[in-house]
Write a protein that binds this ligand. Sequence first.
Ligand SMILES: [Zn+2]
Length: 277
Amino acid sequence: MVRREAPLATVDQLALAHPRDFVEGMLAAMPDPVPGGEERHLAIDTDTIASTGTKEAALRAAGALCAAVDAVMAGEASNAFCAVRPPGHHAEARQPMGFCFFNNVAVGAAYARARYGLKRVAIIDFDVHHGNGTQAIFEAEPAVFFGSTHQFPLYPGTGGRSERGVGNIVNAPLAPGAGSSDFRHAFSEHILPALSEFSPDFIFISAGFDAHADDPLASLSLFEPDYQWVTREILRIAAYVCDGRVVSTLEGGYDLGSLAESAAAHVTALMAAPDVS
Ligand SMILES: [Zn+2]
């Protein structure tokens, strides 16, 4: 495994998934650190508060996705995991929410299409919360597939099966208390066949680990082997539809012990990706 620092995203990159005036307005509104100065905050809502470290972190989070796309497209890496915060999948085109300011995975997906001319990209989201922002950004874009498992009902309240976009969205909601077999069934029966059929040129993963049994924010019961399993299944499809090109990014996960173990299980599976050469 090669570790790289995440570069800052450019306004041009962010403007691929968000209106440029929104990007510029947010960057102007987020507090800058002042040496020796007081901590300052910008509260968007009760969950979503920027501190003086947030602007740089948010820029590096989205920048990581673009740099990871570059590394995979250049053949410098077979796949990549972006260990970033703040997360992104709740951020809509002009509305930060749910700890998210810019939609990192949407920026990465839009960047892959714009920079490399990829025709079809897919985003798979197994965070326990529905990726409402990602769905909203791409719901009218048939060239982007979005497949999500999430607890339902739960914040943010979207993600019902009937939300199909233009046929490019597959939501597989899971009832509170659902565990490994329900999760694997949802993937095997709904998400993976649709992903396979869509046959993307690049696959992104919104990897939130807050569906873990120990997570305090929700009530699904997944464990590390489930994250390893789903990662392998996605890689198996990636190997035959897109030469294994996968970029994964951290979304949620709020029990720090199980977040670390789950992310390690996910990255271990990414490192063991099937050889496509
Ligand atoms: Zn989440």
